[in-house]
Design a protein. Structure first.
Length: 380
């Protein structure tokens, strides 16, 4: 049992560095990841909600006040005029334009980290009560849990019970590792896919592409930055996005051995990479970068970097689960991945507007008219 007065707030992950890594089973809910984001101002106002029992931290809910429009990129587009209305309300001093978000940036998952042996439903209730208090004190109009998994029943059910409105969000994919060697993984797939994968691995090698696991160094960081920007500009209308080399070096500094980087070279030239994060027995394939001019589709570099090398690594290191994010559903399912539906939850906290807005958001009429859009600030 834990008491409500034991819910506290840390404003930097440094205050919970050991506890978060001990409790977490997810690479994007670790000290290394949050410290990297804090170092870049990516979390300008972090709020790590903490529950303690007998002076030991037993639960952590990573949240932050949105300063970068993440909610309007990822959350339900609840009203066409909402963004403007928030600006007007802030100017009038009625409430803040920002939204309290509960998730990990660049990761399509929302989690409340919990030590084994404690009542998850009770802890979720206490965390949500603390969020209510924070929003009231800071005049934050909305709070939102952006990517709640369909499998997280305690959080799903409690959010529904406590006046949060629910909206479908992205469909993500994961792979459970049940094999002792890569060939056993291949045998679990359909015959046609098995032959296709063997061919893609063979062709990649025959084209002179050599893929090795490496560390992020100053010599390689600039190339990672450019290759990542190449992928972003290919799949997005804007081409001015570029994650600087310092991001990769900072990630290596703080995440250390949790960073799993595969580099593809041809004639000693870097032509692609994939970057994953590992924590305990979970691997998350996070980022892919490519030099498109130095290769063609017959190289199959993408599939080797994003799927086959990480899967081989996971089997070798006895990792039990790999996350592969969203999109490319057929490609992922064909390679053994399973779908995982996520949901956004949001709640209006204003004493006067809240009852009407929350009622509207849960209405069938509104749900039949609502729309949403996606934009990934940290693309795969």
């Amino acid at each position: 049992m834990v008491a409500q007065d034991q819910v506290t707030v840390a404003h930097t992950v440094d205050d919970i560095s050991e506890s978060i890594d001990r409790i977490s089973n997810d690479s994007f809910f670790t000290y290394g990841w949050f410290k990297t984001l804090e170092s870049f101002g990516r979390l300008p106002d972090p709020l790590y909600l903490i529950l303690s029992h007998e002076q030991e931290i037993v639960a952590i809910a990573p949240c932050f006040i949105d300063k970068t429009d993440d909610f309007f990129s990822w959350g339900p587009n609840i009203f066409p005029f909402l963004h403007r209305a928030l600006r007007v309300g802030e100017k009038l001093g009625l409430f803040k334009r920002d939204v309290l978000l509960c998730y990990s940036p660049a990761c399509c998952r929302t989690k409340i980290l919990l030590k084994n042996g404690y009542s998850e439903r009770k802890i979720v209730e206490l965390i949500l009560a603390k969020i209510d208090n924070i929003c009231k004190e800071r005049k934050v109009l909305f709070s939102s849990f952006l990517f709640v998994s369909e499998f997280d029943e305690p959080l799903l059910n409690k959010l529904k019970d406590l006046n949060y409105s629910m909206f479908p969000n992205v469909l993500t994919f994961y792979l459970n590792l049940e094999w002792s060697q890569f060939d056993d993984y291949l045998k679990s797939l359909k015959s046609g896919m098995r032959k296709k994968i063997r061919r893609e691995i063979k062709k990649c090698a025959e084209n002179g592409v050599i893929i090795n696991e490496e560390k992020i160094t100053p010599n390689i960081a600039d190339e990672l930055s450019q290759l990542d920007a190449n992928v972003f500009s290919k799949h997005n209308l804007t081409s001015n996005y570029k994650l600087g080399a310092s991001f990769f070096l900072t990630l290596q500094k703080y995440a250390k051995e949790n960073v799993k980087l595969f580099i593809a070279r041809k004639n000693n030239k870097v032509i692609g990479f994939s970057l994953s994060l590992q924590h305990k027995d979970v691997l998350d394939v996070y980022m892919y970068g490519s030099d498109y001019e130095s290769q063609n589709n017959t190289f199959f570099t993408y599939f080797n970097l994003v799927y086959y090398k990480p899967i081989q690594l996971a089997i070798d290191e006895k990792i039990s689960k790999i996350y592969f994010r969203y999109f490319l559903a057929k490609s992922r399912i064909d390679r053994g991945c399973r779908p995982e539906q996520t949901y956004s939850f949001m709640k209006c906290h204003d004493a006067f507007l809240g009852p009407a807005i929350n009622s509207l958001l849960r209405s069938k009429i509104y749900h039949s008219l609502k729309s949403r859009f996606l934009r990934d600030p940290f693309p795969n």
